[in-house]
Design a binder for this molecule. Sequence first.
Ligand code: NAD
Length: 489
Amino acid sequence: MDFVAGTFAEPQRPEGVIEDRCPADLSVLLGRHGWALSQVDRAVDAARAAQPSWAARPGGERAALVRRIGEVLKGRAEELARAIALDVGKPLWESRAEVQACVAKAAITVEDGLRLVAPFPAPGQPDAECRFRPLGVVAVLGPFNFPVHLPNGHVLPALACGNTVVFKPSEIAPHAAELYARCLAESGVPPGAFNLVQGPGPVGAALAAHPGVDGVLFTGSWAVGQAIQRASLGQTKLLALEMGGKNAALVLRDADLDKAVYDALFSAFVSAGQRCTAASRLIVEGPPARADAVAARIAAAAERLSIGHPLREGVFMGPLASEPGLEKFLAGSRAAPETMLEPRALSPGGLRGWYVTPGVHRVRARTGSAYEREELFGPDLAVYDSSSEEEAVAIANSTDYGLAASVHTASREAFERCLSTLDCGVVNWNAPTVGASGRLPFGGLKRSGNHRPAGLYSALYCAAPVAILQGEPRLDRAKLAPGVGWVDE
Ligand code: NAD
């Protein structure tokens, strides 16, 4: 269902229907959501109409709404977590953590984010100051893997800064998105300030290219991010693009191997490998035999991971979120050079869903193949050996992406050296690649982003700075420019 101008309704003349089946049990139909391109115009019109009065409200009032949204999300946390688990197959323990991140984002936005866009005087220049103004109407385009947290990470700062929003969620997660919209409605968001339009890619494309949209806040794949960039050529809207990753975990010679192996296992296979920060490459410094031993340990541990229905207690990995995702993953993983653990589709307990077992591979000679460079977005880890720390960093950097990396080492100096040479926006020390703080900026280099990081910095792309110089109210004849030839009349 869509939410436009304060009303939940199906499009009057749908052009298509999303049949939302649970990827963990295809016999369960979660809902049917009609979609229509004309809803994009309606939602943008509603957002445009609502924007001036929303921006004119005192900042404190907007911040209070954001806090209320956080409270409503908290109050409906379990319901939301179950909706996420069923929509995308994410185990309940992880879905609950996703909702907690949404709740935390409300406080972070109000307490830390808005501080970044607070007016400030020019240092040492009393006649100059900076204020921030909203962009206007922003489109939020969400991915399936964090179907609520990542859109919410754009929506809350956008509203707090005085923008109005049209949200197009992933077509894989319409159920969770509708529940999120219901939480915003319950929080008292004014009609038109937040709108939800369901639909597949073409609805997103129409929204991103809409002339009534001033900013596109996108989280998704590099391919779609590029399409959005191309479609907006010649337009003046702001693009904040959070895209994919091909992330590496580095294990240096002095690393604690138990910790490094556990973190790599977690980084590669949590969310069934469907995280932008998932480790898909593990680079082990030392002789090839050390990497062989690590790869064998990880393959053995990966075989023991519990895979099953996301609502079942004790499950580590649910299914992949969609059939195309599963097919792409299996085809990509099959292209790996040397297989230690081959991924295969499965039906745990007879369930029909998009379940897959993890893959572990060994890469001895780098060829620059698609397998080595491209994001698979599933549970697959390639293990490399490197003869030095420098080579480990070079392997890590040998992709077009630059989102996350981790370095396992007991030495702060070694970590600092890697930090200064890894081309990534997230570099963790003795921690999984998938860890990130909401109180820090979050974004990547190269194909992983367009230098507009989200996380704490999301407020920065939701507001435009305006530089103000204050002059004399009356003409000061002593300050006329040379050669003006001014004559008083
Ligand atoms: P996707 O790019 O396929 O889709 C993202 C959204 O864009 C969806 O809502 C989709 O309907 C919409 N869309 C599709 N075609 C469009 C078009 N032409 N114009 C506008 N919108 C369009 O991504 P996904 O499969 O949902 O999510 C997985 C991807 O997201 C992975 O690449 C992952 O790494 C990335 N991701 C990045 C981050 C980050 O913060 N950097 C976080 C999560 C996921």
